[in-house]
Design a binder for this molecule. Structure first.
Ligand code: IPE
Ligand code: IPE
Ligand code: MG
Length: 248
């Protein structure tokens, strides 16, 4: 699978983050239970991971389960956890073959024990891979990530390891779940809603945001290529003027 003609392989986003939304509504349109939408959504995950790896994206962060999603009905939460465990077990061989490293962000201690164990094993089995980093956001919330970081930093100030004046962007970055990863360049949300839903609140401050009405189960290679092509048409100014950006 080569890079589609519509995108420039030399200017790919290094880090793409995706809010995979719309599984439930898509299933409803098909007169199917919500879990069926999540199942077909896993096929989209496989397809998009493969594209990202093939095209040369460095990091792909997928918002799979938010801190707020624990409030869903227990059978849906259980179904999602089962799908996650299956996915990890089924994909390990492909991750090894395709040189994909798995990482995760979020309060993963909250996941059911068996799922947590498979997750930890997959992370350690793929830790030496260096093509695509597939970063799963699980039991993730941007606000709890910040609370956790502030607590750690406060403890370091209290113990005298650092001074208040040492607190800067780099220090905060290094206390987030995403420490060591570049900030997302492109943030995609499927499913027609235009909100962040507590995703990467700090890291996405200069991400290009792309909203699409496509539901996640129908978001595949062509739709992903369109999102990247749109990203490549935009001018990232980072607060400067267009003239400044053009003169480099
Ligand atoms: C995204 O699809 C998957 C998760 C949040 C786990 P939804 O389940 O939110 O689908 P909609 O938004 O209800 O259609
Ligand atoms: C965001 O989708 C979370 C994930 C995709 C995992 P939601 O469906 O939970 O978001 P809201 O509730 O519509 O904001
Ligand atoms: Mg939703």
């Amino acid at each position: 699978m080569s890079v589609p003609q519509s995108i420039d392989p030399k200017h790919l986003p290094r880090h793409v983050a995706i809010i995979m939304d719309g599984n439930g509504r898509w299933a409803k349109q098909q007169n199917k239970p919500r879990l069926y939408g999540h199942k077909v959504g896993v096929d989209s995950v496989q397809a998009i991971v493969e594209c990202a790896a093939e095209w040369g994206v460095e990091v792909l962060t997928l918002y799979a389960f938010s801190t707020e999603n624990w409030k869903r009905p227990a059978d849906e939460v259980g179904g999602l956890m089962g799908l996650l465990k299956n996915y990890l077990q089924k994909e390990l061989s492909r991750m090894l073959k395709n040189n994909i490293r798995l990482t995760c962000i979020g309060d993963v201690e909250k996941l059911p024990k068996d799922v947590h164990k498979v997750l930890k094993n997959t992370i350690s089995d793929t830790s030496k891979n260096d093509k695509l980093t597939l970063n799963l956001a699980l039991s993730y919330g941007g606000r709890s990530e910040m609370i956790r970081a502030v607590r750690m930093i406060a403890a370091e100030v209290k113990s005298g390891d650092i001074k208040t004046d040492d607190i800067d962007e780099k220090l905060i970055d290094s206390h987030l779940y995403t420490a060591g990863l570049p900030d997302p360049d492109l943030l995609i949300r499927t499913g027609g809603e235009a909100r962040l839903s507590n995703f990467l609140l700090w890291q996405a401050s200069y991400a290009e945001i792309y909203f699409t009405d496509a539901m996640w189960p129908e978001f595949r290679e062509e739709a992903f290529a369109s999102a990247i092509a749109e990203y490549q048409r935009r001018e990232r100014r980072f607060g400067k003027t267009s003239a400044q950006v053009e003169s480099g």
